[in-house]
Design a protein around this ligand. Structure first.
Ligand code: SME
Length: 154
């Protein structure tokens, strides 16, 4: 079986090739969500945009999700405020976790921070407990930095 590092190394190359000639943020986020989702078959892969005091659902792959999350609430809202990646081994133990799907048991959330403010959050949910680790963090942060470099300044 191909290991996770090899899958991510290939994924990063695919993402680079997919986004390099496209200037539209939504188009690139959509294809990146699809590439991550089809590589790992997680339960849900998508984004929330910071729109003032709320996070609003962006492009995603997987089941229907919550459309609005208050800044500071749940894993996504906490990441938006703290401006850092969260790995949650058991979402049911996370204070204020927002259960968009009863099947989600663990989660990783990676923000893009622009000019000291969270702009977009990548959120990936798994039906497995403890699905995500520092390898996921390292590569997903690389992937989000590729989006940031292409679409954001500062
Ligand atoms: N569980 C997230 C909400 C978003 S969904 O999982 C798609 C949270 O607590 O922030």
């Amino acid at each position: 079986m191909t290991n996770k590092i090899d899958l991510y190394e290939l994924l990063v190359k695919q993402i680079k090739a997919t986004i390099e000639d496209e200037s539209d943020l939504i188009a690139n986020l959509s294809n990146v969500a699809s590439l991550i989702h089809t590589t790992f078959n997680h339960h849900w892969t998508g984004y929330y945009f910071n729109k003032g005091d709320e996070l609003v659902l962006g492009p995603f792959q997987g089941p229907v999700a919550c459309t609005r999350i208050s800044i500071g609430k749940g894993v996504c809202g906490s990441s938006a405020i703290e401006k850092k990646t969260y790995i949650v081994d058991n979402v049911h133990e996370f204070p204020g976790h927002i259960a968009c799907s009863s099947q989600s048991n663990s989660e990783i959330v990676v923000p893009i921070v622009q000019m000291n403010k969270t702009a977009i959050i990548l959120d990936i949910d798994s039906t497995n407990y403890s699905e995500f680790d520092e390898t996921d963090q390292k590569y997903l942060e690389i992937i989000m930095s590729m989006i940031k470099e292409k679409h954001y300044e500062g």
